[in-house]
Design a protein. Structure first.
Lengths: 427, 157
């Protein structure tokens, strides 16, 4: 690289051009910009789903900013935690806003990650050579759920205390190592102030550092391999390189920015209209209150645990909760290994079946756990199902049998939804 | 050394010594960290008995206000009176996922509100997900001079 010319055109150029040239010479801005311009984003029916990863990244940045702000007033001790969050909500200027943004943001980022996972699966973007992009992405999802879980304890209220008891107990039922893990997680036999310190350290230091490292790997892989083109799209255009595309900088990035602006608006509206509740201060010896539930993204596990009997088939060593934990462990492992299990048409059909069953399981359990009354459960469940069907619709070609099946399923779902709404209104 | 080729034994020995030294260093780093992560002794429950924060006659016969669970060695302890007048004590930690159960005197049962686990007044798990009965404690009374105002002493069996 040659040094910026001391005279000539640069002298007559504006200060912006001169600053750019100055920095380009020293930190290689030109090279970075060239990478962004060179990167192409394919344009097809499902391009919109390429925005989900960037959306999650944006929300993560919001979480870092709001989280760092909260840490200025938060005090991680059982005597002070609840009171400090109370002070944030009532005394600190805009404290309610920062905390509500952080709590709502946590929910949004996990929601976006679920959608990102589902649509990445449907685009089959995990195919060779992108196996590790999938694996790092799934680990990031697990890490964000762990961030949600650890952050949930920090306000030290009744709900968070119960959730931590249940969550750490589930770690404890893992065969052989469970009991050690439980003690390490709680910092003792019970959930105490030591647990709060541990969760605080995990939430503000360990998990964020891990997330940054994994995200670095994930983004490096995306950058190195470029955007994946769904096989069917490539086929219909006669080759991946024939699919129309736009450049990442500025075309895709500007569209990204519109999405981020929208997400910020939704987040601000949620935080302003529905400030996050604080509840009652945790009392380690009080009975757990009726109606205790985890966040929506853990509800499907919670609901299954509610249904499993104490012991399966009356076998004393086969406890229901252990079976539940091992079941979710097995499902998680299958999802993690999807890129390696997809080895042809037959295994793909099996995977699609597994994915369909998993999504329906998630929807049914979440709707079941969310509401107590059947019509409301059906309204929520069918609405979620319609949303997923609408997502899947973008991946199916017109006139194919699966598209027709999807149409029939959608019509049936709408009928059930209408019936449930009428039932609920006339009750 | 000069131009003489290094002997393979010497190289193997040096590599072994190096690996051993690095391994020792790693162990010296990992062992304190793992020990540091392991819970302190003081947080583990050790007490063998506890005096309930209320007297025997402060438990209502039916309905009324039931005293909430209290701390017994870090775990919530629930003391109840059966319709027959017997005073019993339980570890209120649900055997399913460690929530704290509540006494429902009108229904004569314990309910765990987390996953709807039900125990009877003997602490037996009768419905819902709990896999085992509640842990029962032994109840003794220490006279205070006034009849009825005996102290309730709860101890591990």
């Amino acid at each position: 690289m040659s040094p910026a010319p001391e005279n000539g055109p640069a002298e007559t150029a504006g200060w912006k051009q001169r600053l750019w040239a100055y920095l380009s010479d020293r930190v290689g801005l030109d090279a970075m910009l060239a990478l962004g311009v060179k990167k192409r984003v394919p344009i097809h029916r499902t391009t919109v789903f390429y925005f989900l990863g960037g959306m999650a990244l944006f929300l993560f940045i919001v979480q870092i900013v709001s989280g760092v702000l909260l840490s200025l007033y938060y005090k991680p001790s059982p005597d002070q935690a609840f009171e400090s969050v109370q002070a944030i909500m009532s005394e600190v200027k805009f404290g309610w806003l920062i905390r509500s943004v952080h709590s709502w943001g946590a929910n949004l980022v996990i929601g976006v990650l679920f959608l990102h996972l589902l649509t990445t699966y449907m685009m089959r973007a995990y195919r060779r050579p992108r196996e590790f992009t999938w694996v790092t992405g799934l680990l990031l999802l697990a890490l964000f759920m762990a961030l949600g879980f650890s952050g949930y304890l920090l306000p030290w209220n009744q709900l968070s205390y119960a959730a931590t008891n249940v969550g750490t107990k589930l770690v404890g039922v893992v065969p052989v190592v469970g009991e050690y893990l439980l003690k390490i997680a709680r910092g003792g036999e019970n959930v105490t102030g030591d647990t709060l310190s541990r969760f605080y350290a995990l939430h503000v230091a360990i998990f964020p550092l891990l997330a940054l490292a994994l995200m670095g790997a994930h983004l490096y892989l995306v950058q190195k391999q470029g955007m994946s083109v769904p096989p069917r799209v490539a086929e219909s255009h006669g080759g991946e390189d024939k699919v129309p595309s736009m450049s990442f900088v500025p075309d895709f990035l500007l569209r990204d920015a519109v999405g981020w602006y929208l997400a910020l608006g939704i987040l601000a509206a949620l935080a302003a209209l529905f400030p996050w509740e604080l509840g009652e201060k945790a009392d380690p010896f009080a009975s757990t209150e009726i109606g205790t539930k985890p966040e929506w993204y853990f509800l499907f596990m919670f609901q299954l645990l509610k249904q499993l009997p104490g012991t399966i088939m009356d076998l004393e060593w086969l406890e229901g909760e252990m079976v539940g934990v091992l079941f979710f462990g097995a499902v998680g492992s299958i999802v993690l290994l999807v890129p390696f299990l997809d080895r042809g048409d037959r295994s793909r059909r099996a995977l699609n079946f597994f994915a369909g069953v998993s999504v329906i399981f998630f929807i049914v359990m979440t709707a079941w756990g969310w509401f107590d009354e059947l019509p409301l459960q059906i309204i929520l469940g069918t609405s979620l199902l319609l949303a997923v069907l609408a997502l899947a619709d973008r991946f199916l070609q017109r006139g194919t049998p699966s598209r027709r099946a999807l149409g029939v399923a959608a019509v049936l779902t709408v009928l059930v939804l209408i019936a449930a709404i009428i039932r609920e209104l006339t009750r | 050394m000069g131009d003489e080729p290094e002997s393979p034994e010497r190289r193997t020995w040096l590599l072994g010594a190096l690996s051993g030294a690095v391994g020792t260093t790693l162990a010296a780093i990992v062992y304190p960290i793992v020990s540091f992560l392991w819970p302190r002794e003081s947080t583990e429950s050790g007490a063998m008995n506890v005096v309930a924060p209320f007297k025997a006659n402060q438990l209502p016969d039916s309905g009324g206000h039931w005293p909430p669970p209290f701390d017994f060695g870090g775990k919530p302890c629930l003391v109840i009176k059966t319709p027959g007048g017997e005073i019993r004590a339980f570890n209120a930690v649900c055997t399913h996922t460690d929530c704290t159960v509540q006494f429902q005197p009108d229904k004569g049962q314990f309910l765990c509100a987390c996953h709807n686990g039900i125990y009877d007044l003997n602490g037996f798990n009768v419905s819902g997900p709990p896999p085992r009965p509640l842990e029962t404690y032994k109840v003794d009374f220490r006279p205070t001079g006034t009849p009825g105002e005996e102290e309730i002493i709860v101890s591990r069996t």
